[in-house]
Ligand binder design. Sequence first.
Ligand SMILES: [Zn+2]
Length: 267
Amino acid sequence: MERVSIEKQLKELPKSILAQEEVLIRIKKTHVDKKTRFDEVSTKLGILKFELEEVVQLKAHSEKQMDNISSPREFEALNKEITEAGYKEDKLRKEIKTNEEVLKDADSDLKSTSALISSQEAEITEKQHKIMTEETTMTKRIEELKITEQKVTTNIDSEIIFKFERIINSKQSLGIVPVKGAVCSGCSMILPAQFVNEVRQGNRVIFCPYCSRVLYYQDSDTAEAELFIDIESGSLADLDDFGDDSEDDSYDEEESSGKNSMDETDN
Ligand SMILES: [Zn+2]
């Protein structure tokens, strides 16, 4: 049982960090998405800054031309150009400011995700080391148990050992249990009298037909003694009732039924 239990634990061990590894994969995916968003905003910001430069230059050029105008019509046209460039400049500066704030947030977000990835990776690595240590200890214990098992089972038919191990594996409990009275204490099923007799004789290894466990006979005296204790505690309770309510009708019924059952036993 100890070996089977350790082998099961050994199999489960890597699963203990599976959830954490999945979390890490999710965080990494989020990180990639955030990086893409960061790059997008960054590119957009570059374009906006370039456009701003153009507008500022255009405005400066128009303002310079103001010195060389020769007609009111030319003035009006230039003035319109300068005003429009001014509007565009304002709009671009506002847009750049907004995007710079977005980029700043995206940057700090990226940094915190990076930190989270690092800490998760460190934690997983630490757990992996711990698992490896535990695996070594468990494997060593399994080997020890196998040697002991071999010593104990040298004279037992290999097919029986195989069946026995299969029972322990599937039930995750004892593979050998006593028959108490006529009841298998592994599955609590009542077994046929002839079958119980065979178990009692102990000439061959017998498996419970219901739960497949190996059976051995436990002295029926012990089983009966246990049964007797149950009955005794029940009758003591009845006696208490009798002491308190001697006139009670229900007592008379109990007493008479008790007498009947006693008669039956006698018969
Ligand atoms: Zn059984």
